[in-house]
Write a new protein. Structure first.
Length: 469
């Protein structure tokens, strides 16, 4: 599919749907909506439209389907796999006007539109004594719709699950323009195929999500947060599995290697740590619940597990300010690392016991292909983010050698019973590695599903599935 020019009569029809104030053809706006947080890519759409309700989305999709013009849903533009890139031009469908929240306190549910900022939704639930656990690092800017499209996770996915575990029902506009609900607003549903979970994680390739019904939990009252320095990064990874083997399920268990912390401390104001030169990595460990005595007992048990490893003095966050500072540091790691250089970010995930093998393999690939990597992530659920730093690598080696190293990292990940992405999705940048995780039969099944929903291949084309499929 080449970059397709939109006929003038279609532009006029789109303007009738959304109004003159919500259709943009100028270059500055198109460039603004042509990127997300994936490396340094920018693929501007030919036109940006901002519908205000589901009916308008339906009319836009009908027009696009009739003219066979690509449509790319655009949310908070915080994605890391290129899902919001308009690689063939077409219509950039900004969902930013869909920002309503309704909290159903009786049924412990939230009815949310896709442009609602994740943190705003979490705070709205919290004010009602309820808890929405998924907390991506970009929660202050990413949107619920994007979280659903990518099946986002976050630090507390370890104990509470990822986005898919909270989605009960979705209002979706299909590529044909038809409007459907995928499920029911019930906690149990064994009625037919699970269209809701098919949409979650489909990365905007099967339908445009316009409303989400979310399950909520009662909020917890207490938590304990500790920062643990390790003199050996591999041992920090080993400790993760041992904590679970001791019968403890933390609410969060995050891994940060030394470079990640050093760069972040320079990048973030108001956070300081005294770290010995020999320290190679840290674990940030949180336990939560409603009974302080039980939490203190869990913390003591964790300390007993950690005694078998070479660690420095454990820092316990004594105040809310100290807890917020440590979480601020952890959530800023990605931005801090990226501020240093051009980068590529991978989102590997393995069974947690295999983390030491994965970390060693990543470093070995870096030595073999000449790149430096900075690793951090949600170690408790085996999800390791790998930032590959360009630094002073030549452009030629960056474009030829690094992809070889990435392929070897993914091959190792899959050999360890893991997969290519834990929460960032496949999108544009990982699609041609999908043959590592899936055979031809599996990929053809996925392509068949795409064809059923979108026979004209207009909705976010060129994403998820390999180019040669």
């Amino acid at each position: 599919m080449k970059n397709i020019k939109i006929p003038q009569e279609m532009i006029a029809s789109l303007q009738k749907v959304v109004g003159q104030s919500f259709l943009f053809l100028d270059e500055d706006t198109r460039i603004k909506y042509g990127h997300d947080e994936t490396e340094d890519y920018n693929f501007p759409p030919s036109v940006v439209v901002k519908p205000g309700n589901t009916h308008e989305v339906s009319e836009i999709m009908k027009l696009a389907n009739s003219y066979k013009i690509p449509v790319v849903p655009i949310g908070g533009q915080t994605g890391l796999s290129g899902g919001a890139l308009s690689i063939y031009g077409g219509i950039g469908l900004s969902m930013e006007r869909f920002n309503k929240i309704e909290i159903d306190e009786k049924n412990l549910q939230g009815i949310v539109e896709p442009a609602v900022i994740t943190q705003v939704f979490r705070e709205a639930a919290f004010e009602k004594g309820l808890f929405y656990p998924p907390d991506p690092s970009s929660q202050g800017s990413c949107t619920i719709g994007g979280n659903v499209a990518e099946n986002a996770g976050g630090a507390r996915a370890l104990k509470y699950g990822v986005t898919k575990d909270y989605v009960l029902n979705l209002e979706v506009v299909l590529p044909s323009g038809e409007i459907i609900w995928t499920g029911a607003n019930t906690l149990k549903n064994s009625t037919g195929y699970n269209l809701t979970q098919l949409m979650v994680g489909s990365e905007g390739t099967l339908g445009v999500i316009t409303k989400i019904v979310m399950k909520l939990l009662p909020k917890n009252t207490y938590n304990i947060l500790m920062m643990v320095p390790f003199f050996n990064a591999g041992q920090a990874c080993e400790a993760v599995a041992e904590i679970f083997r001791a019968g403890i399920v933390p609410s969060a268990l995050e891994f940060m290697e030394r470079d990640a912390i050093d760069w972040t401390l320079k990048y973030v104001d108001g956070v300081s740590l005294d770290i010995k030169e020999e320290v190679e990595a840290h674990l940030l460990i949180e336990v939560d619940g409603n009974y302080p005595d039980m939490l203190f007992a869990e913390a003591e048990k964790i300390m007993g597990v950690l005694e078998q490893f070479k660690i420095d003095e454990i820092l316990f966050a004594d105040t809310e300010d100290q807890k917020n500072a440590l979480w601020k540091m952890r959530r800023a790691v990605g931005e801090a690392v990226k501020s240093n250089s051009v980068y590529k970010e991978e989102d590997t995930v393995v069974p947690r016991y295999e983390l030491p093998v994965l970390l060693a393999g990543i470093k070995a690939a870096g030595k073999k292909y000449g790149f430096h990597s900075v690793c951090y992530g949600h170690a408790g659920d085996g999800n390791l983010h790998v930032n590959i730093i360009k630094g002073d690598m030549s452009d030629e080696n960056w474009s030829t050698e690094v992809p070889k190293g990435i392929r070897e990292i993914f091959e190792l990940t899959v050999s360890l019973k893991g997969t290519l992405s834990g929460e960032h999705g496949i999108g544009y940048v990982q699609k041609n590695y999908m043959d590592i995780a899936f055979n031809t039969t599996q990929l053809q099944l996925m392509k068949s599903i795409k064809n059923i929903f979108d026979p004209n291949n207009i909705l976010n084309p060129g994403k998820v599935l390999p180019d040669n499929l």
